[in-house]
Every structure is written in structure tokens, then in C-alpha cells.
Design a protein around this ligand. Structure first.
Ligand code: ATP
Ligand code: MG
Ligand code: MG
Ligand code: MG
Length: 509
């Protein structure tokens, strides 16, 4: 099956006792909307799907159970072996529904994918994220009516006026300034009782805390094979587009994708008038023979797109927003038909690449901390490319890749004076030597995003020492406009938020 996009890339669902209206759908994700209504024995289950042509493939119904799935699975083949032969299972939604029939909510412990799911059965609504929570999922539960959506902004209208003030949800993070709305944690199924609105969380995945000793050969071989499988599962028989910086992470993905693509791979690099990595990316594109493009975004435009990055990611973390801003600009500049995009995003988290730390205790402390705190940052959200109608997916955060990389003992991550050693060694036969040994450069550095954002604030009068705090305030200010108040990002100006924050900081001096 060759699909550019999953059957659905977002949803809003309402599960309720008796009648009532579901709220109208509001998404940053681009796509057609399709309404689904399923009258079950004990509840009414309504959904609006964001899709690109076959919304029916994102819905499954059997007996008194209905399910919607946004996103896709990467271990279909092994999951199919769990079903009795002769079953009619064509789509990922049908597969998850069939597994629910056998395992109930434990079905979600089996899945390797990039998805959010909602399933209605009896008086229950199950809300599930993938192991990494890579497709964000939010809920507004109340007695008699539970709402859930892949974007906060789809739930905001329901928080105004009439009741559902919402109920507390154990273990779930509240959303800033949106009463009653909680984010379903990563690697979790919430088992909600629609009658009472109460939720019981079940963790379905957690990053390893132990570390494994492996020989160099064994570790590098496992990394190459596991990453290759993750890339292959994500190409879906299409010609993917790899967003390529010429760093080891995206270059590794591009090399493996090229091997699984008939004909040349497509690669794309972005830069600004301040900084770019074009020369380094070109080395890789030439080596792989990819059809390569470069996009230059003026720095003023880049900073002007902050409202889009926040609108799409619904993140309030200023560091994350600096990583996501150049990618937002890249995706927004990518006109034309919908693409399946592979990235090298996230490799630095299990390998502690961005910490530039060569002491093993500190390196493993960074891995343990980052793997314990990624949830809720929305770093991996598909909405970032979804605002332009594209689907992005990140092989380094494949469940099997993480289950391999996280527990490698720190001496395999830093070795012979080299960071991300095991990955570099695993890719060394597939890439030019200068790419394999190239020092890490973050996307926020290579595009000049961090320094340009700092300069913008200092030009507005923010003192050096306050710049990071000011960035955080600017991000919150914009979040309140584009997510909480629901203003379109085109109507929100970065400069206004910067001047407001600068003025506020001056007052409190
Ligand atoms: P390294 O971490 O070693 O620098 P990398 O550049 O591939 O490798 P990051 O810098 O962590 O990884 O960036 C994350 C991902 O974002 C990349 O893997 C790539 O997919 C994408 N990306 C980063 N910079 C660019 C760029 N200038 N153009 C296109 N895509 C980019
Ligand atoms: Mg090829
Ligand atoms: Mg990286
Ligand atoms: Mg980089």
C-alpha cells in the first residue's frame, strides 16, 4: 500500500449519554473535514476527522465498539499475526479495533506507530497516544459528555458558557488558560467513564531506565538494522521527502530512505539570510543522487512566523519553539501536492547529542532527564507540517529505535572523543566521511534562529540577562492569542508580542 498521508491526520470526538451537539471543528491541520456519527447501545459517539480523501479508512466499527485513528502504525505485519486468519482487516483503524476485541485496552501496549486514537465501547471512551505521544491528544471530560481532540483549539469553544467545567484527570497535564482541558500523557490510554467523566490512566510505554552492555559490532549492527526498518516502514512505498541539514541524523535517514526508494529520493534544505547549512547538505544530496532543493527564508519573515509555529505546535516551551520555527517556515514554503516527509528529528534526545557532553555520568544524566521530561513539549507534532497539508514522521522516535538507543550504555554514545558515536559508526558505510564526522549543529543554530530571536528582543530594549525569560513570555503571549483566543496566526504579529513583553519587563525593573 502506497499512501502519502494517513487516512486521518486529526480528529475531534464527542462521546455522550443522550443527545446534544458536538462543537464545531477548529484545526490548524489542513484537510477536508468529515463527520461521523455512531449510535452505540449506551452512548452517542460523534467525530469530525481531518482527512485527505478516504476518511472511512480512519473509522472502524464492530458490534458495540467504534474507533477513530489519526496517524498510522509501523508494525502492521507483526500485529496481523495476532489475529485469526481470514479476518477482514484492511486499514490501521480496523486492525486496532480487532486487537481491542482480543486485548481490550492492552491492545495499545502492542502498537508501534504515530497516532492518537479514540474508541467508544459500552459506557467507556478510551483515549490513546502512541508511545511518545507524538500526535498530541487532549480531553475535556465532564459527567455525561467527554470530548477529545488532537488540537487544543478544537476544544476551546466547548469550554465557554454551558457547563462542562471539566473534571481533574489523574497524571494529566492541564492546558494553560483553557479550563478543564488536559493533555493525554505520552504512552498512555485513558479509560474514561462517560457517565461520570472520571478517567483511569494506564501507561503503555516508558523509556528504559536500565542500560545494556553491547560490543561495538553488535551495537552498530543493531542500530543500522533497526533504523533501516523504521525508515522503510515510514516510506510506505512512496518517494518520501527528507528534510536534510547535512547533519548525521537527517543524513542517516536520507541514506536509508534512498536505499528503499525506487528512483531518486527528494531532499530539501532550508536556510536564512543569516545562516544556512546548504554546503553540508549538498555533499549528502550529491552522494545519494537525490533531487535536492534549497529554500532561503529571510530572517525577518522567519521571526514573523512565530505565531504559526505556536499555533501548530500548541507548545509554550521557548526552546522547543526555536527548534520548530525554522521547520515551520520550511514546511510553509513547501507548496504543491501533499508530501510524506521524513526527518532526523529527535536523535539527539536518546543519544544526548545537543549536550556536547563528554563525561559519561553527565551524558547519562542528560539522557535520563530528557527522556523523563519530553512529554507535553509537542516537539514531534505532525501539525507542524500539517498546516501546509504534509505528513511528517520521525524514524529516530520509532518505538523499536528508542527501545534500542535509550538503554545503550553511555560509552557507546560517546566514544573515541566523538558524540553520537554508535550512530556515526552505524552509518559510516553509507555516507561521505566528512558527513559522518561532522560536529552536531542544531537546527536553531544552523538557521540563526536563536541569535536572531535574541537580537529582536534586545533591539526592543530587553537586557541581555532577561532574554531567555522574555522569549518564554513572548511565546506565552502568542499562545494566548492563537490557541486560547483562537485568532488566526496571520492576524497576530510577533513584533506586537515582543513590544508588549519588553514594556512589561521595563515596568517591573
Ligand atoms: P545533528 O543533530 O547532528 O546536527 P541533524 O542536523 O540532522 O543532525 P538536528 O540539527 O537535530 O539534526 O535537526 C533536527 C532535524 O530537523 C534534522 O534531522 C532535519 O531533518 C531537520 N533539519 C534541521 N536543519 C535543517 C535544515 N537546515 N534544512 C532542512 N531540514 C533541517
Ligand atoms: Mg534509490
Ligand atoms: Mg539532530
Ligand atoms: Mg543539525
Amino acid at each position: 500500500m502506497a499512501h502519502t498521508l494517513p487516512a486521518a491526520t486529526g480528529f475531534l470526538v464527542s462521546a455522550r449519554k443522550g443527545g446534544g451537539q458536538a462543537p464545531g471543528p477548529v484545526f490548524a491541520t489542513r484537510g477536508a473535514h468529515e463527520s461521523v456519527a455512531e449510535a452505540l447501545r449506551n452512548q452517542t459517539f460523534d467525530a469530525v476527522l481531518v482527512h485527505s480523501g478516504s476518511p472511512g479508512d480512519a473509522v472502524a466499527r464492530a458490534g458495540d465498539t467504534a474507533l477513530v485513528l489519526a496517524g498510522e502504525l509501523y508494525n502492521r505485519e507483526e500485529l496481523l499475526t495476532l489475529l485469526p486468519s481470514g479476518g477482514d482487516v484492511r486499514t490501521d483503524a480496523q486492525l486496532v479495533l480487532a486487537l481491542l476485541g482480543i486485548y481490550d485496552l492492552h491492545a495499545f501496549r502492542l502498537l508501534n506507530g504515530r497516532f492518537a486514537a479514540a474508541a467508544a465501547l459500552g459506557d467507556r471512551l478510551l483515549l490513546a497516544t502512541d508511545h511518545a505521544g507524538s500526535v498530541p491528544l487532549y480531553t475535556l471530560p465532564a459527567p455525561g459528555r467527554v470530548l477529545a481532540a488532537t488540537e487544543i483549539k478544537a476544544l476551546v469553544p466547548a469550554t465557554a458558557g454551558t457547563p462542562p467545567a471539566g473534571r481533574p484527570v489523574a497524571d494529566a497535564r492541564r492546558v494553560r488558560r483553557v479550563p478543564g482541558v488536559h493533555q493525554v500523557p505520552a504512552g498512555t490510554v485513558l479509560d474514561l467513564d462517560v457517565r461520570t467523566g472520571t478517567a483511569v490512566p494506564h501507561r503503555t510505554w516508558a523509556p528504559a531506565l536500565s542500560r545494556r552492555v553491547r560490543s561495538e559490532a553488535d551495537a552498530t549492527d543493531a542500530v543500522r538494522r533497526t533504523l533501516e526498518r523504521a525508515v522503510e516502514a515510514r516510506t510506505g512505498g512512496t518517494t518520501p521527502l527528507v528534510v536534510l541539514s547535512g547533519g548525521i541524523d537527517s543524513s542517516g535517514v536520507a541514506a536509508l530512505a534512498a536505499a528503499h526508494t525506487d528512483g531518486p529520493l527528494d531532499t530539501l534544505s532550508m536556510g536564512t539570510d543569516t545562516a544556512n547549512e546548504f554546503a553540508e547538505a549538498r555533499v549528502v544530496a550529491t552522494h545519494l543522487g537525490s533531487a535536492h532543493r534549497e529554500i532561503t527564508v529571510p530572517t525577518a519573515d522567519l521571526l514573523g512566523q512565530l505565531p504559526y509555529a505556536i499555533w501548530a505546535s500548541e507548545s509554550v516551551d521557548p526552546d522547543i519553539i526555536e527548534y520548530l520555527l525554522p521547520l515551520t517556515a520550511l514546511y510553509r514554503a513547501l507548496d504543491g501536492p501533499a508530501r510524506r516527509i521524513l526527518t532526523g528529528y529527535g536523535a539527539d534526545i536518546p543519544l544526548a547529542g545537543m549536550h556536547r557532553e563528554d563525561r559519561l555520568p553527565q551524558l547519562d544524566t542528560a539522557v535520563a532527564f530528557d527522556m523523563a521530561t519530553f512529554d507535553g513539549l509537542n516537539e514531534m507534532t505532525p501539525v507542524l507540517s500539517g498546516i501546509q497539508g504534509h505528513w511528517s514522521t520521525h524514524p529516530y522516535w520509532d518505538r523499536d529505535v528508542l527501545d534500542l538507543l535509550v538503554p545503550l550504555e553511555a560509552g557507546l554514545k560517546r566514544r573515541y572523543g566523538r558524540d553520537k558515536w554508535v550512530l556515526r559508526e552505524a552509518m559510516s558505510a553509507l555516507l561521505p566521511q566528512e558527513t559522518v564526522t561532522r560536529p552536531k549543529l542544531g537546527v536553531h543554530e544552523g538557521s540563526g534562529t536563536t541569535s536572531s530571536f535574541s537580537l529582536l528582543l534586545m533591539d526592543a530594549g530587553v537586557p541581555d540577562a532577561d532574554v531567555h525569560r522574555a522569549k518564554s513570555l513572548v511565546v506565552r503571549e502568542i499562545f494566548d492569542r492563537v490557541v486560547v483566543e483562537g485568532l488566526p496566526p496571520a492576524e497576530v504579529r510577533t513584533a506586537d508580542a515582543v513590544h508588549q513583553v519588553a514594556a512589561r519587563l521595563k515596568e517591573t525593573e
